[in-house]
Design a protein around this ligand. Structure first.
Ligand SMILES: [Zn+2]
Length: 241
């Protein structure tokens, strides 16, 4: 096995690390869209919830207003009656009625004010949410166009790197290439290659036997770390790269 083959694999790993950077950039671009979509989804849910609450409160306030009107009518009728009744008994009966009606009216009035305040707040929220949804729809279209173009650029870089990787892999013996590809199934973008330093695998710290490590350094065999199963590379390959 030529040392240069191992050097080629180091080059492949480094190109794949670049590919990984571009893939992460693609994820970042995609996240810009998914973040807005998430915010819009939440805003829509919020809007529905608030619209429902608003319609319930509006129905309630209508009923309260009707009841308030009834109470006021009753009160003024009672007060009118006060003017025409003659006996103390009649007066005291009407006074009792007023005593009952007034707190009812007052508490209903107070409640209505609270409900109206709630309605006002909800209406402001609904307007804001609708504004956000309309605005963000336009922004999202713009960002989508931008993101698609960014992704195309990243993909173009990735395609170039992949082509270089394929070219490099075609330069090494098929058997070695197959071993690398197999290791890469597990460790693509996570350092499929490793070295022995201080008698240990630098990736997983597993102790490598001296016999094995000296064969590796000679570059005569293709071996995997017995523990993490990464491809072991002779130091000479790194120095010549
Ligand atoms: Zn290892």
């Amino acid at each position: 096995m030529k040392i240069e083959y191992f050097t080629t694999l180091i080059e492949v790993q480094s190109l794949e690390n670049y590919i990984h950077v571009h893939l992460k950039k693609i994820d970042y671009h995609k996240k810009r869209i998914s973040d807005i979509e998430e915010k819009r989804k939440n805003a829509k849910e919020d809007l529905n919830e608030k619209t429902d609450k608003l319609s319930i409160l509006k129905t309630k306030i209508k009923k309260d207003e009707a009841r308030l009107y009834d109470l006021e009518t009753k009160l003024s009728k009672t007060r009118e009656n006060m003017k025409v009744v003659t006996t103390n008994q009649q007066i005291s009966a009407l006074e009792k009625e007023i005593e009952v009606l007034v707190p009812q009216r007052d508490s209903l009035e107070e409640n209505s004010l609270e409900v109206m305040e709630k309605i006002e707040i909800l209406e402001t929220d609904v307007t804001e949410l609708e504004g956000f949804l309309n605005g963000s729809e336009k922004t999202m279209q713009e960002i989508k166009t931008e993101v698609e173009s960014n992704i195309r650029d990243e993909q173009h870089e990735i395609d170039n790197y992949n082509e270089r990787v394929e070219n490099l892999l075609s330069l090494i013996p098929p058997q070695m290439c197959a071993v690398f590809k197999n290791v890469n199934k597990k460790y693509k973008y996570k350092n499929p290659l490793t070295f022995v330093e201080n008698n240990t695998c630098i990736q997983c710290s597993f102790i490598i036997e001296r016999n094995l490590s000296s064969s590796i350094e000679k570059g005569t065999i293709i071996e995997l770390c017995p523990n993490c199963e990464r491809l072991l590379i002779p130091h000479a390959a790194r120095n010549s790269s």
